[in-house]
Every structure is written in structure tokens, then in C-alpha cells.
Write a protein that binds this ligand. Structure first.
Ligand SMILES: Nc1ncnc2c1ncn2[C@@H]1O[C@H](COP(=O)(O)OP(=O)(O)O)[C@@H](O)[C@H]1O
Ligand SMILES: [Mg+2]
Length: 318
């Protein structure tokens, strides 16, 4: 800044102008880099904030398998105690067989110990308990892995993203938002990688899935029934389209033009901030794509995000 001031004050505008221009260009570049960094940090902060909002649900999702891992581990531990009660009788019998003194009566203590340990029951249930244990640990690992993947630090440059995997990850971290109200049906096509900022796109998908869950919840509340959320991906050779449908009540015609407006919400405080679709749209537009919806009242809503396989250069170089 000083450098520019000094040169302009030199009283030699003709000589100073090119230097000014060079400095100004340098400053613009610095500012652009600063804006790019702040944008990146904002995107990352938003992702982490989304995870924060999902945190209670994720804790619940982790707690359920942890509970049955724990129950199964206790069951197997107790089973081992019962089974080890058989060992002395087994060893005595083995010794008698080895020294040739065994009679049929020597098998009786072993049979009694097996009955006391409820051997048949254990043989049937220990493998099941171990399967549940392995399954539970696998579920926890999937959730933790998905959280890490979802909030993966954003990189400066865009990278090829496996969108189907990003969708699966997003569905795992948001499961508690929809699982009580909707079954999710995925139809993930054979699509190539999409070069993008993965965090932005996952954020957009999350926002639409959460909206779908809210819409379905409004319809099924007070009933025993569940609604449906569908997620489909397709590629037409140049772009990939993600369609997220719900069996909610639809978007009333009079608010359709406003749903993408920042802070427009029809939800009570604490449930809606009106930012979900505005953020999703900004992210998709920056990638050179578009986001549209069709809605029937009643009947449901279908959002479509179209992303070019390669965003036009310069659109998202933040
Ligand atoms: N799938 C949907 N079904 C019905 N209405 C929807 C759906 N998605 C969005 N909307 C409407 O659009 C509004 C804005 O959505 P959004 O920007 O995500 O903000 P928020 O969810 O915080 O209200 C919602 O309040 C709701 O009225
Ligand atoms: Mg929303």
C-alpha cells in the first residue's frame, strides 16, 4: 500500500503509472488469494457445522451398535467361563483314556459338566453373538469413516469425486434424520468421476436430503407409516444428474419462486434457517451446473442437481 502511495506522490505520473499498475495487480492477486482462502475456510466451516447439527443423531447411530457389541462381548465372556468349566472333566477323561484305565462311567462327569454349561445352547449362540459383534464394529467403523470422509478438508483445487460414494457417505451421516420417517431407495448409476469441490457437493446433497426427510416427516407424523426418499444418479456423457425425490406434501405453488432465497423458510425456529437450498444452489452454480425441482401438491418433490463432468475453468478455483 505504501509503495503505491510513494510512487504516486513522486510527481512523475508517467514514470509511476506502470509501477502502480504492477502493484495494483499484485494487490488484486493478494486479495483474490485471500478471498479464495476465506471461501475455502467458509466451506469447511459449513461442513463442520453440518456435522455438528447431525452430531446428536450420529452419536445415537453409533450408540446402538456399540450397545449390542457390548452385550455380545459380555455374552461371549460369560460363555467362556461356562465352557472352561468343562475343561477339568475333559482333561481327567483324557488322562484316563491315555493310561488305558477309562471306562464308560468316566464320560459321565463330562456329560454332567456339558449339561451344567448348557453346551448346546452356547454352541448355537456364541457364533451368532460373535457375528453381531463383528457386524456392530463394522457399523461403527462405517459411521466414523463416513464422518471423516464427509468433513474431509477441502483442497484448493477441484478433484475427481466418486459422487455415488459421496452420496452413500452423506446418507450414513444423516441416517438418523430420515430413518424413522422414510425408507431410502438408492439407484446409483454407472457414472464417471466428477471434478469438483467434494465438500460443496456433499453439502448440497445433504441439505436436500434433510429437506426431503423434513417433508416426509410432516406427512407421516402421527401415523405408523413411513414415506420414501429416492436418490438416483445418471450420466448423459457430459454431465451427471443427481435426483433426490421425496413423498412429502410437495412445495406449494406460491412459495416455489422463493425456496432458493437465502433465509426463506417455512419451518419453525430451530428446525429451519432457510439457508439449505441457497447454499446448495450457490455450490452447484459455481460448478457450472444447475439445480431444479418438480413438485406436486400433494405428492412429493423431486430435486435434480446437474453437474458437468468438468466444471468450466475459473468457476470454482477458490
Ligand atoms: N423437499 C421439500 N418438500 C417440501 N418443501 C420443501 C422441500 N425442500 C425445501 N422446501 C421448502 O423450501 C424452504 C427452504 O428450504 P431450505 O433453504 O433448505 O431452508 P430450511 O430447510 O431451513 O427451511 C423450506 O422451508 C420448505 O418450505
Ligand atoms: Mg433445509
Amino acid at each position: 500500500m505504501n509503495a503505491i502511495g510513494q510512487r504516486t506522490d513522486s510527481g512523475s505520473p508517467a514514470a509511476g503509472a506502470p509501477a502502480c499498475a504492477v502493484d495494483a495487480a499484485g494487490r488484486v492477486r493478494d486479495l483474490e488469494a485471500l478471498v479464495a482462502r476465506l471461501e475455502r475456510e467458509l466451506r469447511q466451516a459449513r461442513l463442520l457445522a453440518s456435522l455438528g447439527e447431525l452430531a446428536t443423531g450420529i452419536a445415537h447411530e453409533i450408540n446402538t451398535p456399540v450397545q449390542f457389541v457390548s452385550d455380545s462381548a459380555y455374552f461371549v465372556r460369560d460363555a467362556m467361563v461356562d465352557l472352561s468349566g468343562l475343561i477339568p472333566a475333559y482333561r481327567r477323561l483324557q488322562a484316563r483314556v491315555a493310561d488305558g484305565s477309562a471306562t464308560a462311567a468316566d464320560a459321565e462327569p463330562l456329560a454332567a459338566a456339558a449339561a451344567a454349561a448348557d453346551l448346546d445352547y452356547l454352541l448355537e449362540h456364541v457364533p451368532t453373538a460373535l457375528d453381531r459383534l463383528i457386524d456392530g464394529i463394522g457399523r461403527v467403523a462405517t459411521i466414523v469413516h463416513s464422518m471423516k470422509e464427509f468433513a474431509h478438508p477441502d483442497r484448493e483445487e477441484m478433484l475427481p469425486l466418486d459422487l455415488n460414494q459421496a452420496i452413500r457417505t452423506t446418507l450414513v451421516v444423516s441416517r438418523n434424520e430420515y430413518k424413522y420417517v422414510a425408507d431410502v431407495v438408492t439407484d446409483l448409476g454407472d457414472i464417471p468421476a466428477v471434478t469438483c469441490h467434494g465438500g460443496d457437493i456433499s453439502q448440497a446433497i445433504l441439505n436436500i436430503i434433510v429437506n426431503a426427510a423434513h417433508a416426509v416427516e410432516d406427512v407421516v407424523r402421527g401415523t405408523q407409516g413411513k414415506g420414501c426418499i429416492t436418490v438416483q444418479t445418471r450420466c448423459d456423457g457430459e454431465s451427471v444428474t443427481i435426483r433426490i425425490g421425496d413423498s412429502g406434501a410437495g412445495i406449494p405453488e406460491d412459495i416455489r419462486p422463493r425456496v432458493f432465497d437465502p433465509f426463506f423458510t417455512t419451518k419453525p425456529i430451530g428446525k429451519g434457517t432457510g439457508q439449505g437450498l441457497a447454499i446448495a444452489r450457490a455450490a452447484v452454480l459455481k460448478h457450472g451446473g444447475d439445480i431444479t425441482f418438480q413438485s406436486d401438491v400433494p405428492g412429493g418433490t423431486l430435486f435434480a442437481i446437474r453437474l458437468p463432468l468438468n466444471a468450466p475453468p475459473g468457476r470454482t478455483d477458490a
